[in-house]
Ligand binder design. Structure first.
Ligand code: SF4
Ligand code: SF4
Length: 294
């Protein structure tokens, strides 16, 4: 049986997306976990996976200067339109963060001192947790190619799901609406938008919902931190009604979730009574109904 893919997203950071993802994990016994929040992964801090395999992720190339050949003529500095080269004592210095690997500097170097070499932009991990396999990654700080890394995490997650006959791949998606979000939700069976009742929560819910709609990904909403503002909770409810989005549930603002995360515990296990009394099992039932009807 082909597995179903559930991805949790949020238009903004800080809504509790990872807490909600973690809280779903125990309810899907045959799953693969994929952490696509590669810019700031933190599901691994909570789950403490055992890393089975680690690989460098190469998605770009950068200029490398051979100082033994360089005559410090400065031609490369003049041609670089990304300001990725600055004068140095014996040879120009490559500022890797700015280098686009365009090769222009190499073409003007009469000393053949510049090569364009593959550059590590992140690491990707094949791991196992007490709840099942986990594929996760970490983007090198300063790099901006997370869409490709996210896509790789999903690809490996799918493969792992097939190998292990998993029923569900649960994806912790990145915040925002950039290319990394598109990579994480395209083709998913369900995108659960975790929002909070604030001005920015509502604004970003609308933006991320528009993105999912364009990609024809079925969506549902969880309001986290309910009680923060009844005005904005009402506005979010009204938005879901007018847009025909299923509101899976409302999880009240509570220290129990924060305490669980701080103690590296899955909130829905550590604060089970709190989750059950706030309709968590109904949320799970409705998620199952949605993924098995799509
Ligand atoms: S163009 Fe070549 S020789 Fe001239 S400074 Fe650059 S690396 Fe050195
Ligand atoms: S490869 Fe392109 S961006 Fe990088 S240093 Fe050379 S000219 Fe600049």
């Amino acid at each position: 049986m082909k597995h179903k893919e559930i991805v949790l997203i949020s238009g903004k950071g800080g809504t509790g997306k990872t807490s909600m993802t973690a809280s779903l994990i125990p309810y899907f016994p045959k799953l693969v976990i994929a952490d696509c929040d590669v810019d700031a992964p933190d599901l691994d801090i909570l789950l403490e996976p055992k890393i089975l395999q680690k690989e460098d992720f190469i998605a770009t190339a950068k200029a490398v200067i051979d100082s033994s050949k360089c005559i410090n003529c400065g031609n490369c500095i003049n041609v670089c339109r990304f300001n990725a080269l600055s004068p140095g004592d014996n040879t120009p210095v490559v500022k890797e963060v700015y280098c686009e690997g365009c090769n222009a500097c190499s073409l003007v170097c009469s000393s053949d001192a510049i090569s364009i070499a593959p550059y590590k932009t992140g690491e990707i991990f094949d791991s196992v947790t007490e709840f099942g396999p986990m594929i996760h990654a970490r983007l090198t700080p300063g790099e901006e190619v997370s869409g490709r890394l996210v896509s790789e995490v999903r690809k490996r997650g799918k493969k792992k799901a097939e190998e292990t006959n998993a029923e569900v791949m649960l994806i912790d998606g990145p915040p925002g609406i950039a290319c990394n979000v598109i990579s994480s939700i395209t083709g998913a069976n369900l995108a659960i938008i975790v929002t909070e009742p604030t001005t920015s929560g509502l604004h970003d819910l609308i933006r991320v919902h528009d993105t999912a709609k364009k990609l024809k990904v079925p969506t549902a909403v969880i309001i986290n931190k309910d009680g923060l503002s009844s005005e904005y909770s009402n506005k979010i409810v009204s938005y879901t009604e007018t847009q025909g989005i299923i509101l899976l549930g409302r999880i009240p603002l509570s220290n129990k979730i924060l305490d669980s995360i701080n103690n590296k515990k899955i909130p829905s296990i550590n604060a089970k009574d709190f989750f059950i009394s706030n309709g968590w099992e109904l949320i799970i039932n409705n998620i199952n109904k949605m993924i098995y009807s799509s």
